[in-house]
Design a protein around this ligand. Structure first.
Ligand SMILES: [Cu+2]
Length: 197
């Protein structure tokens, strides 16, 4: 059992990346992201939807198409709103939204799901959900006892936005996870609007 865990752990260390929002549809890169972030970043994300952020800044910096001020790799891995404009979810204040995560390789750490202001990359209000520690624990994952609500959970759209996030692209719901031992960050974004009531 221990040797199996060790083998799996070494596999995990070699494999790329490890999680993304599988529902509702997450931002995926297209032409706008290529213009902002360059081809290399886009190729990395297309090759592996679960890939982490660390490593991307170095990759991007070598790419002539990289414009750091437009491509914010620490928000949605740099994937731009324009590439997901067809998938904007219209939510109502107080609406309960189910979110599913495809978590392919665990790295124990912390995570949260938050409304993020895309201009400032700051969380709006409090996280909708947060796991201060113990998220994606290898022992639970490989023991098949990972709590189901880490990968299939509901968030409630805040009732306090008062017109914020009414415009598509202004805010995202971002799932953010940092594997402490692996030192890897995962970011996946849902585009949405909330009508002012
Ligand atoms: Cu890893």
């Amino acid at each position: 059992m221990l040797s199996t865990l060790l083998q799996l752990a070494s596999l995990a260390a070699l494999a790329h990346g490890h999680g993304y929002i599988s529902s509702p549809p997450m931002r995926m890169p297209g032409n706008a992201t290529t213009s902002a972030c360059g081809k290399s970043v886009v190729a990395d994300i297309v090759k592996d939807k679960t890939s982490h952020v660390e490593g991307l800044p170095e990759l991007a910096a070598k790419d002539a198409g990289y414009h750091a001020s437009q491509c914010n790799l620490w928000l949605c891995r740099g994937v731009q709103f324009a590439d997901n404009a067809a998938n904007v979810q219209a939510y109502a204040p107080g609406q309960v939204v189910n979110v599913k995560i495809a978590l392919t390789i665990p790295h124990v750490g912390s995570a949260n799901v938050s409304v993020v202001d895309t201009k400032t990359n700051a969380i709006v209000g409090q996280p909708l959900l947060s796991w201060p520690s113990g998220y994606a624990d290898e022992k639970q994952f490989y023991g098949q006892t990972l709590p189901a609500n880490q990968t299939d959970f509901n968030v409630t759209i805040p009732t306090t936005l008062d017109g914020k996030c009414a415009t598509a692209g202004e805010c995202v719901i971002q799932w953010w996870w940092y594997g402490t031992g692996a030192r890897q960050t995962y970011e996946s974004c849902i585009d949405f609007t909330v009508a002012k009531v």
